[in-house]
Design a protein around this ligand. Structure first.
Ligand SMILES: C[S@@+](CC[C@H](N)C(=O)[O-])C[C@H]1O[C@@H](n2cnc3c(N)ncnc32)[C@H](O)[C@@H]1O
Length: 325
């Protein structure tokens, strides 16, 4: 079993964000966070983030959740590919640097970090946060495709909550270019909505046709066996800090972020475990779990009389990779 990274922001990053909030009106930041969320809900993009307060509001309101989703996807990737030890990272549509922070936590082999984004306010904030933590990064500003075309290939390429901000043709072109620049593995994460899942599935098919193999979450490279209105997504719980609660005007000490993802590698994974697609129902008689297996979808029932298997199945959680005996 590999070590799972915590879904909560690293203490250094939390402290750096909290420090930036000193001297900024909480009300102003909360208002901007609400306006940015409204824009995202209405299908708008990150261009709405236009200055220092906006970037900070985005980072406080959304970075903990997009970080948690990225870490959950990374944990699944590392479990499937414990041999994965990338040295170089390309973070496409990096914004405040979320996925770079997550990758640095999860993949200590990483030595070089390149981030690309068009948004100057988010880039500035990212650079300030990295400066404070002493991490050296290269972060040019501009259109993702133009910058990628010039970038050197990297062992690990990541696009976290990015491809939803572009039209279909641009998304497909970006996907192909990201794959071209991937030496080993590409990870793409999206919100866990039917639309986010549809974008992941389209990118997955496009890149499998170009020679990619799924490392996670799917236990196969075949077409997704789920039929609409069902969609493949996962959920990650994260703690909310005081600043996070204030900015969101929320009381609950935690948040559940739904996300969809795919990790694609150049080499195929030697042995695929099945993926738990919903929270299993653990009763006194049996555990019933919806699984995506190498042979397709199935609802597995593990009876209590099968003591060892039942005890193991009771520990299964939505999103886990599990082996069936
Ligand atoms: C929702 S934010 C996510 C930021 C970051 N990856 C995260 O997880 O917090 C989407 C980011 O993608 C960037 N982006 C969208 N389309 C882009 C493009 N065509 N070129 C460069 N950056 C782009 C935006 O500027 C924004 O920073």
């Amino acid at each position: 079993m590999t070590r799972a990274v915590s879904p909560d922001l690293p203490a250094r990053l939390r402290a750096a964000l909290d420090a930036r909030l000193q001297g900024v009106s909480r009300n102003a930041a909360a208002e901007r966070a609400a306006a940015i969320s409204r824009t995202y809900r209405d299908g708008g993009g990150s261009a709405v983030i236009a200055g220092e307060t906006d970037a900070l509001a985005y980072a406080l309101a959304r970075m903990p959740a997009t970080y948690a989703a990225n870490v959950a996807s990374l944990n699944a990737l590392i479990e499937a590919r414990p041999d994965f030890m990338p040295a170089t990272l390309l973070d496409v549509g990096a914004g405040p640097g979320t996925a770079t922070w997550a990758a640095a936590e999860a993949l200590p082999s990483l030595q070089s970090f390149t981030l690309l984004d068009a948004n100057e306010a988010l880039r500035r904030l990212a650079l300030d946060l990295f400066d404070e933590s002493g991490r050296q990064v290269y972060y040019p500003r501009g259109d993702a495709r133009a910058l990628l075309a010039k970038a050197q290939a990297a062992d690990f390429v990541v696009a976290n909550y990015v491809i939803g901000e572009m039209g279909e043709a641009e998304r497909a072109a970006l996907a192909s270019l990201m794959w071209e620049k991937t030496r080993d593995t590409l990870l793409v994460v999206e919100p866990g909505t039917p639309a986010g899942y549809a974008r992941i599935i389209a990118l997955r098919s496009l890149l499998i046709a170009a020679g990619a193999h799924v490392a996670a979450p799917c236990p196969h490279d075949g077409p997704c066996p789920l039929a609409a209105p069902d969609w493949c997504h996962f959920v990650q719980r994260l703690q909310r800090s005081r600043a996070h609660k204030q900015i969101k005007g929320a009381d609950a000490p935690f948040e559940d972020e739904k996300f969809a993802y795919v990790a694609l590698s150049r080499a195929s994974v030697s042995r695929h475990a099945s993926r738990v697609l919903a929270q299993p129902e653990a009763g006194k008689v049996e555990v019933a779990a919806k699984l995506c297996t190498p042979d397709g979808l199935e609802t597995t029932r593990v009876p209590r009389r099968d003591k060892a298997a039942y005890a193991e199945a009771r520990r299964w959680r939505w999103g886990d990779a599990v082996s069936l005996n």
